[in-house]
Design a protein around this ligand. Structure first.
Ligand SMILES: Nc1ncnc2c1ncn2[C@@H]1O[C@H](COP(=O)(O)OP(=O)(O)OP(=O)(O)O)[C@@H](O)[C@H]1O
Ligand SMILES: [Mg+2]
Length: 380
């Protein structure tokens, strides 16, 4: 008997888990060596003491009492992770599992030290916070970069717009200058013929009106749409050609249109104009870059099912098949940094697919060029 009692005591003290027996008043009746070591006490320092000594504060002890004793005497068992206090004052996280014994008068607590694990989890959580903050900052920095690049792309478009305006203005301005100096000369030599004067003044008026109209066209063209309106591919292409055709002709590019759709779409007119302009500018760049001799662009519209299609087809050399699936990616460009940001087609895709609920695709054609096809739903 004595031997088995000694044997039991040995196991009791040397098992890997802490064991505590506490009565209903929370007096510690038994404690093994593991739990004493875990909390920094000697056996004599805990026996018959109130379990409060293991707690970091009176409130914490009170809370533990409420959580554990209320539950455990109802359901007989309890499993809990809680912050206890080491004898030298530092907190120790433990996992505690309780069982009611001896006709519900006492509780047997099995105590495991989980301090390392909890501290590791806390460290991990704080590292996670740091990482998340860092990530948030980096995402914000990327967004800012994106905003700046979009802004640069817009500035580049403005630059192009100024180019186009000055191109459009040269002819009427020269005509105004020539007419005024002609009239001036006539006045100086006192040769005043009323009918001729009126005709010449009409040339000046027409030219001035043309100047003012071009400014309005450009202003409308570069406005950002807020609302969708009823429009059609044909009217969008016509207004786009009105401002880009002179520049394209200047670069010996012949443009033909073949309209077979004339269907109404309810969409963002100006944004689609930007897309058409981007595609035409890309063709122009390719013609010049590859020094193509016979430069042709065909713009056609047609319908299929409930959709209307716009196809812009050039013979500007085409796109390497391995690059075809990259051209709509942001910042993908084969041009140098002055001539291309690589945002044109990416912005076009966003406009057509996200804002207008259509599709835009590109494929090489049999004319040694590219076909860009935009598909939009016809207004019901
Ligand atoms: N019609 C075309 N013919 C040949 N290559 C083309 C044509 N259209 C587009 N590409 C290729 O697709 C790439 C991406 O075009 P995208 O318009 O997105 O950018 P980019 O023209 O290079 O620069 P930007 O931002 O100034 O428009 C071009 O660099 C070019 O290599
Ligand atoms: Mg482009």
């Amino acid at each position: 008997m004595k031997k088995s009692e000694q044997w039991f005591k040995h196991i009791f003290n040397n098992t890997g888990v802490g064991i505590l027996v506490v009565d209903k008043k929370r007096t510690i009746l038994e404690a093994n060596k593991t739990v004493c070591d875990m909390l920094g006490y000697k056996y004599e320092e805990v026996i018959n003491k109130h379990a409060e000594i293991f707690h970091i504060s009176e409130e914490s002890s009170q809370r533990f009492q409420e959580i554990t004793f209320n539950t455990i005497f109802k359901s007989n068992t309890l499993d809990l992770e809680y912050k206890f206090k080491h004898k030298d004052g530092h907190p120790v996280w433990i996992k505690i599992t309780g069982d009611v014994i001896k006709d519900k008068d006492e509780v047997l607590w099995i105590v495991t030290d989980i301090d390392k694990r909890v501290k590791f989890q806390e460290e991990l959580a704080s590292l996670n916070d740091i990482l998340n903050n860092k990530l948030d900052r980096q995402i914000e920095a990327l967004r800012e970069k994106d905003r700046q690049l979009q802004y640069q792309a817009r500035l580049a478009q403005m630059g192009e717009m100024l180019n186009m305006i000055s191109h459009q203005w040269r002819q009427p301005l020269m005509s105004i200058c020539a007419t005024t100096s002609f009239l001036h000369g006539k006045l100086l030599i006192n040769e005043f013929e009323q009918k001729q004067f009126i005709e010449e003044l009409e040339i000046i008026e027409d030219s001035s009106e043309f100047l003012s109209n071009t400014i309005n066209d450009f202003r409308n063209f570069f406005k950002i749409d807020k609302e969708k309106i009823n429009t059609s591919f044909e009217s969008i292409v016509d207004t786009t050609l009105k401002i880009i055709k002179p520049i394209l002709s200047n670069n010996h590019i012949e443009i033909k249109t073949k309209y077979e759709s004339y269907k109404t779409i309810f969409s963002l007119e100006n944004e689609i104009r930007q897309v058409v302009l981007n595609i035409l500018k890309n063709s122009e760049d390719a013609f010049i870059q590859k020094n193509i001799k016979d430069r042709k662009i065909l713009i056609s519209t047609f319908t299929k099912d409930n959709f209307t299609f716009l196809e812009i087809s050039d013979n500007a050399g085409g796109i390497k098949p391995s690059l075809l699936n990259k051209i709509f990616d942001s910042y993908f460009t084969t041009k140098d940094s002055i001539n291309g940001t690589g945002l044109g087609l990416c912005m076009s895709k966003t406009i057509i697919e996200d804002n207008c609920k259509g599709t835009i695709t590109a494929k090489n054609n049999n004319k040694n060029g590219v076909d860009f096809t935009i598909k939009l739903p016809i207004k019901k």
